[in-house]
Design a binder for this molecule. Sequence first.
Ligand SMILES: [Zn+2]
Length: 592
Amino acid sequence: MEKKRHTWDLSEFYKSIHDPKIENDIKIIENFYKSFSKKYKSLTFLKSDSALLAALIDYKKLLEKLGKIHPLTYLHFFQAVDQHNEKLEPLIVKYSSRLTKAYSEMIFFTLSISKLDQKRQDKILKDKKFSEFKYFLERLFISGKHALTEKEENMSNLFYEPAFGMWERGVEKATSEKKVNCDGKEIPLPEAFNKLTVLPTDKRRELHYKIMTELKKDAHFATCEINALYNFKKIQDDLRKYKKPYDATLESHEIDEKTLNSLRKAISNNISIPKDFYKIKAKMLGLEKLKYPDRVASVGEINMKCTFEESCKLFTKALDNFDDSSDPKLGSYSDIFDNFLKNNQLDVYPKQGKVGGAFCAGGFGHRTYVLLNHADTQDSFMTLAHEMGHGFHAEFSKTQSVLYEGHTIAVAEVASTFFERIAFDEILAKASPEEKKILLHDRLQDDVQTIFRQMACFEFENALHELIRKNGAATTTEILDLMNKHMSWYLGDAFELTPEDAYLFVHWGHLRRFFYVYSYAYGQIISRALYEKSKQDKSYKEKIKKFLSAGGSMTPHDIFKSIGINTADPKFFEGGLKSIEGDLSELEKLVS
Ligand SMILES: [Zn+2]
């Protein structure tokens, strides 16, 4: 593989952020909305089924046209790798508000359909002529139950940026500009977080408290920000008659509360798993008690090179070992990955001003982009596999129409963790017995973080919403206490937490994205099941592709049902967690 710059090539969109084509495209979108709205504003299309069908076909065409122009996507991508660029924020705000305003003229269209009377809804859903739109309409009718009037929907859209987006980005920007001193060198926060894993205990703890000291400086501001965001959400939920803080999230993920509650219950019933794991981990680290940053500490290195180039080679091999069959359009998994590299769809290394963490962004009508902060660790290798799992999902889902190409977050994490597991087994296969101990620890730690930590975060978030709803606002101390209470819930007695540890809330993006974290736990347990099935049955690989190609054409429940997994069975999640206990007792044996 030829050595690349490994920074995004965004030239498929525009030449630069000053490209006059951006302004031009904004105008084109505004005009699309305007003429569509003019054509249908009289609502006569609702009068007969044939007129409604014609309007829906027209609407789909509009979405296809819009899918070819991406001014805001481009600016957001640009900002993710260059948050210091002061020219960007005003551009984003200006264009977002113009597009929001233009879109507001269209809201009546889906809104009026969503409010059709029940009898008409039932009739349409049974009508074969609407079959292409059936699932789209089903979701629309569900959303209609919580929709406001057109005027209110418009106001809510217009308020979203100043009441939410700009606050959230403000805190993100402030923390990404922070630096801490590590071994005499000033390093940006995202890099410092990465370093915690590999440093020896004393230095790890020292660096952790330096990071927390930096975050603490912004704690009052972040408290105001969180109170503003959570109150904004409360106002929205009240108006829309969502009872519980997480109801709107579940609806948008197309997940029912029964499924969520059986997941919560299964995790709560098995909360001894992470606690037992950390007791073993303390033993492995030779420590009496663990401090908060020790939870991510490495227990040893395996003999593996994790430079980005090496990671790519190994990942390619893992993909081919799993399934090297070729899709007529996309080629094999490793072909898709190779194309991502060739086209510079990955932005690989950390740098100042770049957002921390990692993500993958797909979308209709443009390439899929992956952002990493690769730090040459085994973790970075796993992150590459995780984000590329999203990447494969996005690519295979392109077989769906514009209505169904996007999939819900709940399904997304199944794809990503599935490919993580494939990558992991590639390392495991080559490991010595001593290395297997380390790897078993790493796999358990990943399960603990993805399943138990994320659900602890979910419960923390829920409690914080409840507190703010009851008292009007939360104080910094209340946020810190609540966070540590929920982190202790899964970390257990092996840990000694301090109030300082909880300053992580200043930086923790999850808290601002309302409840989506449960989907990590949900996804991890399902992907374990998929992985077991594809190991037992070679032909199951085709079903994996079926799942990856399903996009958002059905509910997650129906997608998994179509490949033999029943998430409605309350025993399903319990069973998934029991299988982790097997790993745990194996590690315990190896350690003692
Ligand atoms: Zn993910």
